[in-house]
Design a protein around this ligand. Structure first.
Ligand code: KIV
Ligand code: ZN
Length: 505
């Protein structure tokens, strides 16, 4: 084990997915897992196998689809959870089971209702059982950073004794300050003394997740658990891109420590997560926010033009963001299109390339310049969502008036049969969604609706993200992309409907 390497453990698919509204379907999870592999992540927490059959299946498919990355499933310290985790990750070349139990007084007394010695027994039994499936077992003391350090030493000694290879000490509620977490980690790293890798997993409730994680690294942690765009439960987890770029940019301070992150894949990974979840990083988000490399003030612009480093400590290009991207248009050929996609990190097979090229041509006919962002969304949109599309929009017309009343006529293609209906609504979008409900005979309740312009110009592509609850089941996400906002809305709604129908099957 290289003591200078910081192991990057990505939990976007598990803790990230616990972010309100961030649920992803299996195809989306596989795409993201493959992107994380390209990004150079070492371990991917693909889900929580015992949580649901859908989670189990997604982990299992990721285990089959990936080849370089270590695939991990979370499990409580319970035999059935561990068995499910082991079965889900079984096809992976490199495997890990991650089992946890809470160790703080407040969690043990009120949540677990267990005495500390019972918690130790349960943890030991869990690690022993996990070891019967794989050599690589991670143990987490949930709420570690509010636990008694003496007790943590006791439980860690016990689980290391039966073979735990990584000890994770989460700041589950994002409570600690950097100097405090440093002191906790320092004691634990010294105590563990190289017998297991010590891991940091920090939540961002006070906006300290990145600072705290850096403090943990300083104290000797050599695994960092993080998510793309800092997605995660409540205020999120440590952002992967922040840790990777701090260690690189402040190499003067962190050297000889390093990560194996392929920096140019940071921006594509961030865009993919935003596309899939519909959750955009805030504009001023470090590294991947829309404004992270934009200079608005004249003084700054002047300085950057004279000498870039006057106001820039990183290059946009380092994270795979090409600010001077070549613009494509309707005269661009298949070759230029293919080259462009490769430069954006997409490797499509011939059939996929053909589908994407046809979509691009349609787009280029209705939009003068096609930017990188448009292409990213176009490809992400085409290969996301349910594979089997029960319905597709064939025709759409909507009329509104300034009093809010509107009508819409929709024709959907359903197994090569055209079905039409119309509806009145409170605004165009409402009328369209009602007409779609009438055709499909499935009633949906709109829970969230967002529209954003993908790139610049009055003819910018509109990206609509909806969350819809069909027939009282959980909310399902749909995305729609078009230069026409009404059509993008209809596509998003039909996308969610298709995902719902596929999941019912
Ligand atoms: O925040 C936390 O404590 C967790 C554990 C389950 C690892 O996510
Ligand atoms: Zn967590």
């Amino acid at each position: 084990m290289d003591k200078n390497k910081i192991i990057i453990f990505d939990t976007t698919l598990r803790d990230g997915e616990q972010s309100p509204g961030a649920s992803m379907n299996t195809e989306e999870k596989i795409r993201l897992a493959l992107q994380l592999e390209k990004l150079g992540v070492d371990v991917i927490e693909a889900g929580f196998a015992a949580a649901s059959p859908g989670d189990f299946d997604a982990i299992n498919q990721i285990a089959k689809a990936t080849s370089k990355i270590r695939v991990c499933s979370l499990s409580r310290a319970l035999e059935n959870d561990i068995k499910a985790a082991a079965q889900a990750i079984a096809p992976a070349k490199f495997q890990r089971i991650h089992t946890f139990i809470a160790t703080s007084p407040i969690h043990m007394e009120f949540k677990l209702k267990m005495k500390p010695d019972e918690v130790i027994k349960r943890a030991v039994a869990a690690v022993q059982y996990a070891k019967t499936f794989t050599d690589d077992v991670e143990f987490s003391c949930e709420d570690a950073c509010r636990s008694d350090v003496g007790f943590m030493k006791e439980i860690c000694e016990a689980v290391i004794g039966v073979g735990a290879t990584t000890i994770n000490l989460p700041d589950t509620v994002g409570y600690r300050l950097p100097n405090e977490i440093y002191a906790i980690f320092k004691q634990m790293v010294e105590f563990i003394d190289g017998r297991a890798i010590v891991s940091a997993h920090n939540h961002n409730d006070l906006g300290l997740a990145t600072a705290n994680t850096l403090a943990c690294i300083e104290a000797g942690a050599r695994q960092v658990e993080c998510t793309i765009n800092g997605l995660g439960e409540r205020a999120g987890n440590t952002a992967l891109e922040e840790i990777a770029m701090v260690v690189k940019t402040r190499n003067d301070h962190f050297s000889p420590l390093y990560t194996d992150i392929n920096f140019k894949e940071i921006y594509p990974s961030s865009r993919l997560v935003a596309s899939i979840t519909g959750i955009e990083p805030q504009p001023n988000k470090a590294i991947v926010g829309k404004n992270a490399f934009a200079h608005e003030s004249g003084i700054h612009q002047d300085g950057v033009l004279k000498h870039r480093e006057t106001y820039e400590i990183m290059k946009a290009d380092d994270i795979g963001l090409d600010k001077n991207s070549l613009v494509l248009g309707k005269h661009s050929g298949r070759h230029a299109f293919k080259d462009k996609l490769i430069s954006l990190g997409y490797e499509l097979d011939e059939a996929q390339l053909q589908v994407a090229f046809e979509k691009f041509k349609i787009l280029a006919d209705s939009k003068k310049d096609v930017y990188d962002e448009d292409l990213r969304e176009l490809v992400n949109d085409e290969f996301m969502g349910a594979k089997t599309k029960a319905y597709e929009i064939a025709l759409l017309s909507s009329n509104g008036c300034n009093k809010g009343h509107a009508s819409a006529a929709v024709t959907l293609n359903h197994d090569e049969i055209l079905l039409s209906d119309s509806a009145l609504g409170n605004g165009g979008v409402d009328a369209i969604f009602k007409a779609i409900d009438r055709i499909s005979k499935v009633s949906g309740e709109l829970k969230d609706y967002q529209v954003k312009a993908v790139s610049k110009g009055k003819d910018a592509l509109a990206k609509v993200t909806v969350k819809v609850e069909f027939e009282g089941t959980g909310a399902i996400m749909g995305h729609g992309l078009d230069v026409d906002t009404m059509l993008a809305s209809a596509k998003a709604y039909v996308g969610a409907l298709n995902t719902y129908l596929a999941s019912k099957k």
